[in-house]
Design a binder for this molecule. Structure first.
Ligand SMILES: NC(=O)c1ccc[n+]([C@@H]2O[C@H](COP(=O)([O-])OP(=O)(O)OC[C@H]3O[C@@H](n4cnc5c(N)ncnc54)[C@H](O)[C@@H]3O)[C@@H](O)[C@H]2O)c1
Ligand SMILES: C[N+](C)(C)CCCC=O
Length: 571
């Protein structure tokens, strides 16, 4: 059941309360918020949720069909196939705007049904520049605030996200196709990320260093300026939080460009930041694909680029950043190994393999898609994995019991199917799934569904074992010794993640120490506490998101040398 709660629209629809100054944001007390809600309720024409009645409210995203029949907070059976996005999806200077020079229109799909949700104009040079200038102006205010002041605003943003979890998760599900069950987890990780960096904001500090004769030096951790965030489509809201959390905590401003496939939820984040009290323009959203991304990367007033996406695009981003001597964070693709030793707890290992492969329809950068299984347990493990994979409930992503929704779009679904076809041609055996799935519900018949696939008889040199498929396709590979499996696990251009299942704690640590990957798991996979740094080795990129480590990538160190005596000149 999908509930359109009041929070959805009231979130940022504070009708003037969400003024652009930090002071105004801090003044948004619970009492005032409640008062405002009462006022809006009273103002609404009969039967229409106040948020829908207030067309000026910036947070109104979805215009529901037959909205006059909906009472505030009324539950609907399902919104799949009913939603249309009406409002502008650019965000600048604290408000939704149409791009100043909106060019080509990009169709945005609902993966569950194949319907067009909206058409979004791609931002051109003028709009990109306006967004950067807006961020520059807000940076002047935000960067001068103390860490504790920034902390309070960010905590408020985290609180609003938590309050609106259901609505944001629903939006994410409708635009991405992942199950509502997972989308809720994504939103939880998102607010936790902002909370975590809010906590760090107040403690960002340099050091004091004593020098001879009472002189001393100190370092200041300073923001970089206007940071650009460019996101992939698999975790739209979460990626925006993973980038804006540390960026804003350090005192930076941001212009964010989501993937043109998933342009919707990040605008909600922008509204939430405004409601929480960031200066207007601190977090802006531009829309579009490669051309808009290039304009951002090449803009002279941009100080840093944080990119999440594929390796080929990452290379282009790095080239553009090099021309401007701009620091970059690159969160790129992977083909990660998951090693199951015969002494592992089988139940946990099987669950771990499913977690490592089938979240978000397998569209996860750090997935452990090369599952190396010690030969002694190959048959038992494979049988159990196949059995559980076949039980995964596929279908309408907004239904509570769905665990696998729809892939992002038709071309991507075809691409994944192409990998499976090629795998078979190269000698792999499909142990289950891999075919298209057509749900019974007629409204879902044009959605992008497939059955999760387990491939057996795989060899290290097959395409399905070497290339990132970014779909629900697990390749099982037998091994005999620890030395052999470590060498094979590392024989890849990627190095994002890796995992080991064993009861032997020494072996576990020895193996992860030998893995050339940035994010390693022992006896679990794909959990992501925000306290832990996340990022890749080798072609999977560099820089880190999450954890204290991310602060390094959104700040710069200034050293100040203080002379307490006289100048000793050599001249
Ligand atoms: N390491 C991570 O944290 C992480 C997380 C999620 C996804 N990914 C990776 O992302 C890929 C899937 O995402 P995708 O298909 O959106 O990737 P992509 O590289 O096609 O696009 C990513 C983003 O870059 C933009 N873009 C494309 N060309 C550009 C250019 N020339 N200049 C500037 N921007 C440009 C896109 O519009 C999009 O916003 C997979 O390889 C996956 O592994 C990595
Ligand atoms: C939250 N996960 C599952 C660790 C995914 C991180 C982002 C990678 O695509």
């Amino acid at each position: 059941m999908l509930t359109m709660s009041l929070n959805w629209a009231l979130g940022s629809g504070t009708g003037g309360l969400a003024a652009g100054t930090p002071r105004a944001g801090r003044a948004l007390t619970v009492k005032r918020r409640l008062r405002e809600r009462r006022r809006l309720r009273a103002a609404a024409p009969d039967g229409i949720p106040p948020m829908l009645a207030q067309s000026r409210l910036p947070s109104l995203l979805f215009l529901l069909p037959r909205l006059r029949s909906l009472a505030p907070g009324l539950a609907m059976s399902s919104a799949t196939g009913t939603v249309t996005v009406q409002q502008p999806l650019n965000y600048r200077a604290g408000a939704r705007v149409q791009p100043a020079d909106g060019g080509q229109l990009e169709e945005v799909f609902e993966p569950a049904t194949g319907r067009v949700l909206c058409k979004v104009p791609c931002s051109g040079e003028k709009e990109v520049d306006l967004a950067v200038q807006s961020a520059k102006a807000a940076f002047k205010i935000w960067s001068q605030m103390s860490g504790m002041e920034r902390c309070r605003v960010m905590l408020e943003a985290a609180r609003i996200i938590r309050e609106q979890r259901e609505e944001i998760a629903t939006m994410e599900t409708i635009n991405n196709g992942k199950s509502i069950f997972e989308a809720r987890v994504d939103i939880d990780i998102s607010w936790q990320c902002l909370e975590y960096y809010a906590g760090l904001a107040g403690s960002l500090a340099g050091e004091h260093i004593q020098l001879p004769g009472g002189s001393f030096g100190y370092t200041r951790r300073e923001p970089l300026g206007v940071c650009v965030g460019i996101g992939a489509w698999n975790y739209p809201f979460q990626i925006a939080c993973w980038k804006s959390g540390p960026a804003l905590a350090c005192g930076n401003a941001m212009v964010f460009k989501p993937s043109p496939f998933t342009p919707i939820s990040v605008v909600r984040l922008a509204e939430i930041f405004t409601e929480a009290g960031v200066p207007k323009g601190l977090f802006n959203v531009v829309q579009g694909g490669a051309a808009t991304g290039q304009l951002l990367c090449q803009h002279p007033d941009v100080a840093k680029i944080s990119f999440t996406g594929s390796v080929p695009t990452g290379m282009k981003i790095m080239e553009m950043a090099a021309k401007g001597i701009k620091p970059v964070t690159l969160e790129l693709g992977g083909k990660s190994p998951l090693i199951i030793f015969s002494d592992a707890d089988l139940e946990n290992a099987v669950k771990g393999a499913l977690m490592a492969n089938f979240l978000t329809q397998g569209e996860v950068c750090c997935n452990g898609t090369r599952v190396f299984v010690e030969r002694k347990i190959l048959d038992t493990f494979t049988k159990e994995v196949v059995k559980r994979t076949q039980k995964i409930k596929i279908g309408d992503p907004l239904l509570e019991d769905t665990r696998m929704g729809a892939l992002i779009n038709r071309p991507h679904l075809n691409r994944v199917q192409g990998f499976i076809k090629q795998a078979k041609e190269q000698g792999a055996v499909v142990l289950c799934g891999g075919d298209l799935y057509v749900p019974d519900d007629p409204k879902l018949k044009n959605g992008y569904y497939m059955r999760p696939c387990v491939l057996g008889n795989c060899k290290d040199d097959m395409t399905c074992v070497k290339e990132e498929i970014f779909g629900p396709v697990m390749a099982i590979l037998p091994f005999d010794t620890e030395e052999e499996v470590v060498e094979r696990a590392n024989a890849t251009k990627f190095g994002l993640a890796g995992g080991v299942f064993t009861r032997d704690i020494q072996k576990a640590h020895r193996v992860v120490a030998a893995l050339k990957a940035g994010m390693c798991f022992i006896n679990n996979y794909n959990v992501s506490p925000v306290e832990l740094p996340f990022g890749g080795y080798k072609s999977s990129g560099f820089g880190r998101e999450n954890g204290r480590a991310a602060i390094e990538y959104y700040s710069q160190l200034k050293t100040v040398c203080v002379e307490m005596g006289d100048v000793e000149s050599v001249f």
